[in-house]
Design a protein around this ligand. Sequence first.
Ligand code: G6P
Length: 476
Amino acid sequence: MVTEPPSQAQVLVASNRGPVSYTLRDDGTLEAKRGGGGLVSGLSAIGPDADAVWVCAALGDGDREAVRRTGGRPDPADTGGQRVRMLGIAPEVYADAYNGVANSALWFVHHLLYQTPLEPSFGPEFRAQWASYETYNRAFAEALADEAADGAAVLVQDYHLALVPGILRALRPDLRIGHFSHTPWAPVDYFRLLPDDIARQLLRGILGADRAAFLTHRWADAFTACCTELLGGTGNTAIGVHGLGADGDFLRERANRPDVDERIVTLRGQIGRTSTGEERKTIVRVDRTELSKNIVRGLLAYRLLLTDRPEWRERVVHLAFAYPSRQDLAVYREYTAEVQRVADEINAEFGTDDWTPVVLHVRDDFARSLGAYRLADVALVNPIRDGMNLVAKEIPLVSERGCALVLSREAGAYEELGEDALVVNPYDISATAAALHEALSMPADERAERAKRLAAAATALPPQQWFLDQLTALRA
Ligand code: G6P
């Protein structure tokens, strides 16, 4: 049950990736694609008549062309009625801010991804990228200042926009400003890999908000610890925690549409049956090909399971869906290739004429992912670190087989799901293999019981309520 919106005053949302993106077709027309995710459904909670503006960046050539043709105000027909202001930031500035600072330095710091004997080194190249990050943040702050009515509430999203609250506060002291981090927050010693002045500037930027919010207490505490160590405290900024949950109603309905049924027919063919005619068990994972998701160690754990527990050979299939992400970065392209290589190796080592141990799909297909969710006996979610990980919440909800969850203790979702999941250290592939065995061997009634409790915990704070809670707290 969603409570009423706190008031009808204006709401602005700012995020790098907006609710719509464009591709330029060969005939010169633009094709609009609407995005999904927690923020889109969250914002819907304030109702279609609310005064809301979503400020986002043009991400690629299609978006930039749309900005040129519409003056940065996409046609509401393309956005489901949402008012959007899309910023056409110069491509070089954008690439530095998004790839260089946000997705390399900041993402790597918060997800502990550096191999420190070699990386990072912050020299002149990084300083130049940092200047672009400042420009990009300033462009957002100025657009927000320009769009905002008196006393509006502004909800700034994520590590791309850490400087926005501070800049916006100086431009428009009348606004209520919130910042939300969808990532983990680094422990102090790791955060201090960043140059000192930049580390302070990032913290001060977020502290420009009236309220800084996080997905779990662990990340909120880490942020507070960094502020204490580098700035002596969090000043007047309130710190909040809102653990985004899965959208149960939407997922259950969406997962039962005909396009998903169709994918299930194909998937069942790929899973196949054992020599005695039983349908094989499934281990399912769905991620972006993202370094922090730990897909390679997941595959290595599965290989270990097949090596050490030969009784599972020909009786289980690993459905691994790993969709391309951030492929402008060489390290992501290499990681994607490594995922493919290890999956091929496992298939070459163990596969038989009618059993493919790993079914790896690299093309994004939401209906197929939902099909795999429905057929999941075991969900494997083993990130090195993750702000929340909604897949961990979605699979137990949608699975028709009462699925068991193997979950990394480093995922934000662990805070809510830890009790009923089989919890692993994501670096320990032996323990992960053992957890996969335990999950596959779990008696059906225990699995069903746990899945029921997991589904309840997963939907404790659906996106609409998650959004309204932030707005209420910000205006309090
Ligand atoms: C994470 C971030 C989001 C980001 C998403 C996809 O969930 O917290 O801000 O939008 O990854 O990454 P991308 O770089 O494709 O937007």
